[in-house]
Design a protein around this ligand. Structure first.
Ligand code: SAT
Ligand code: MN
Length: 636
């Protein structure tokens, strides 16, 4: 069932006649759909009836000139690149192997949370009761008639003169019991190419659909407007989710999470709803494998908000001797307890859509070894020899062109690369990609880290006393705003479980779902809160971070085996003196790094209380009040 109800019947009839022309056209016409490219496109007849119905209905609505079903082949990718070069959407970067630069419309540079909505019959399905009828910080509700109206106001005829691409994609390895399938329809070749990197697409997915017909319908159009090479419609951008019908509709933006609908829209917003229904967890978490000097390998999942160093931790080069870190994923984890009670995780993605600025040989050498082939860079700066540059990469060479395509003047203090500029690279290129990263059953998780950017008051690492306390730590997470969304300034925002922009349903219910994971026979991972970003009074970071974070992982993993000493504090367990290996680190003010200022924490408890009351109210599980009371009592 589709939800374009409010479109007048005669419109749909006319549109379908027109779409019939596109859909019924000959094989030869399909071959020319990529304008001059020699691509043999799978027949539309190869689509399952449900996919075909979705395609026909979308074509009727959007009226594209051509329909192209993506097979995922290299020839197809080559043709897309050729087409985008021709359109001025991509520029080759001759310094590297098969690397490309996209410059967006300056108004389309990040996720737009204020224009992102979840639709359901009842508002309370989406937003906690305390926010009924008001703006909520934990999700935007849209009623079904409004959803239909927003679609009807934007989509009719929006693909006129364009090719409509049909991308069958799998989140997770094709065929894994933990994986899910989607079909994204889009008029953006940039989206097709990026989806090819970020997910598994094409004929093998259609094949899997013949065995199990269910899929998430994703309809996307960049809309009409924008600048040369980057069509978009920032004034009317909207991102809509209808979990009950497995449907995502996005209009007006070509950027990241707004348009690559497998990522935040499917894997997190719809994913969290599916996970709750089916008894698993869809989380904004990286996954890493850590091997200790004794050769023991454990996996850790970690939730940090966007642009807080997930990619850096996921690809860390440990400074502690004898340690090895391998990467399973850098952004999203789908996790489920298996029949032995072990929590198993897959990375549903196939690539990295990482923040470029700050990435360097010093901070993330493995990312640097990953991104200079087969990569699309978006909104980074360009060097005169056809390479890329961004803030934090090292000394700026002469003759840089900034992300807007203008000669860059370093004295003007405007950044050369946009702070949310990104690389989009295949995960398999990462030199330390884990051997089990595509394992169908997922990797076993020993510990879960939670964290954010907290310049003051929050210690380097704290272990939760138990599962319930860990869930409270997640609920109480806060972090400084970053450039990944439209928020500005350095405000400290509540960001529970780093999921604030990604909840697909009522946050109170989400917490209950997490609490319900505790069942007899399950090996619950230990939960820790970490903060690499604490500063001293002069604004200098107290902890070196990056590869030195392996020292924290060392303590964490030893705690998982009860091998290292801890001290109880009002916040939870911290390393006892000497238990955190700081050998060779030089001058670190451990006292300040682990201090728990009473005034700060009383204020923090007040802020959490206010947030819980205002945003969640009656939907908050009572266990969270218990934990908040404990925190207050402990701090006093
Ligand atoms: O634009 S994305 O949502 O893909 C990136 C992020 O915010 O993590
Ligand atoms: Mn993310």
């Amino acid at each position: 069932m589709m939800h374009f109800k409010t479109i007048p019947e005669d419109y749909v009839r006319k549109a379908s006649q027109c779409a019939q022309v596109a859909l019924g056209c000959s094989r030869a016409a399909h071959q020319t759909a990529l304008r001059g490219a020699t691509v043999v496109n799978p027949q539309l007849a190869a689509l399952t009836p449900k996919v075909r119905a979705f395609v026909e209905r979308s074509a009727a609505l959007c009226q594209p000139e051509h329909v192209h079903v993506c097979d995922g082949s290299d020839a197809e990718a080559g043709a897309l690149l050729q087409l985008m070069q021709h359109q001025g959407a991509l520029k080759r970067l001759p310094k590297y192997d098969n690397c490309w630069l996209a410059r967006t419309d300056p108004a389309d540079v990040a996720r737009v949370e204020s224009r992102t909505f979840i639709c359901s019959e009842q508002e309370r399905d989406v937003v906690p009761v305390a926010r009924a009828g008001q703006k909520s910080a934990l999700g935007n509700y849209i009623a079904p008639p409004d959803y239909d109206r927003e679609v009807a106001e934007r989509f009719p005829g929006c693909m006129r003169g364009r090719t409509m691409y049909v991308i069958p994609f799998s989140m997770g390895p094709v065929g894994s019991p933990l994986s899910k399938i989607g079909v994204e329809i889009t008029d953006s070749p940039y989206v097709v190419y990026s989806m090819r990197v970020m997910t598994r697409i094409g004929s093998k997915v259609l094949e899997a659909l013949r065995k199990d017909e269910s899929f998430v319908r994703c309809l996307h159009s960049v809309g009409t407007g924008g600048v040369q090479g980057w069509p978009c419609d920032p004034q009317r951008t909207i991102i809509l989710h209808r979990p009950a019908d497995n449907e995502i509709v996005s209009y007006g933006s070509g950027y990241g999470g707004n348009s690559l609908l497998g990522k935040k829209c499917f894997a997190l917003r719809l994913g969290s709803v599916l996970a709750r229904r089916e008894g698993w967890l869809a989380e904004h978490m990286l996954i890493v494998g850590v091997t200790d000097p004794k050769g023991r390998k454990r996996y850790i999942a970690a939730a940090f908000p966007s642009a807080c160093g997930k990619t850096n931790l996921a690809m860390m080069t440990p400074t502690l001797p004898g340690y090895k870190v391998e990467c399973v994923g850098d952004d999203i984890a789908w996790m489920k307890f298996d029949e032995n009670g072990v929590l198993r995780a897959i990375n549903p993605e196939n690539g990295f859509f990482g923040v470029a600025p700050g990435t360097s040989e010093a901070t993330n050498p493995m990312a640097m070894a990953t991104v200079f082939k087969n990569t699309v860079f978006t909104n980074v700066a360009e060097t005169s020899d056809g390479g890329v540059w961004w803030e934090g990469m090292g000394k700026a060479p002469e003759g840089i062109t900034d992300w807007k395509g203008q000669p860059w003047d370093p004295s003007k203090k405007t950044p050369a690369a946009h702070p949310n500029s990104r690389f989009c690279s295949p995960a398999e290129q990462c030199p330390i990609i884990d051997e089990n990263w595509e394992s169908a059953e997922g990797v076993p998780i020993s510990a879960i880290l939670l964290g954010g950017r907290r310049p003051s008051g929050v210690p380097l690492v704290v272990e939760a006393r138990d599962w319930q306390h860990g869930v409270f730590m997640g609920a109480a997470m806060r972090s400084e705003a970053t450039a990944a969304a439209e928020h500005s300034g350095k405000v400290i925002m509540h960001d529970p479980f780093a999921m604030r922009p990604f909840f697909g349903y009522n946050f109170g219910e989400y917490l209950k779902h997490w609490l319900s994971m505790q069942k007899p026979g399950r090996q619950l991972p230990k939960i820790f809160h970490v903060n690499w970003f604490r500063k001293d009074e002069q604004g200098k970071f107290l902890w070196p971070g990056f590869g030195e974070n392996s020292r924290v992982l060392d303590w964490v993993l030893k705690r998982c085996e009860n091998e290292s000493a801890y001290t109880e504090t009002p916040l939870g367990y911290v390393p006892s003196e000497g238990a955190l290996n700081t050998e060779g680190l030089g001058d670190i003010d451990m006292k300040q790094l682990f201090s728990i200022p009473k005034d700060f924490w009383l204020q923090e408890a007040d802020a959490i209380e206010k947030y819980f009351k205002q945003e969640v109210g009656e939907d908050l599980p009572k266990e969270m009040w218990e934990e908040l009371n404990k925190l207050r009592k402990n701090v006093h």
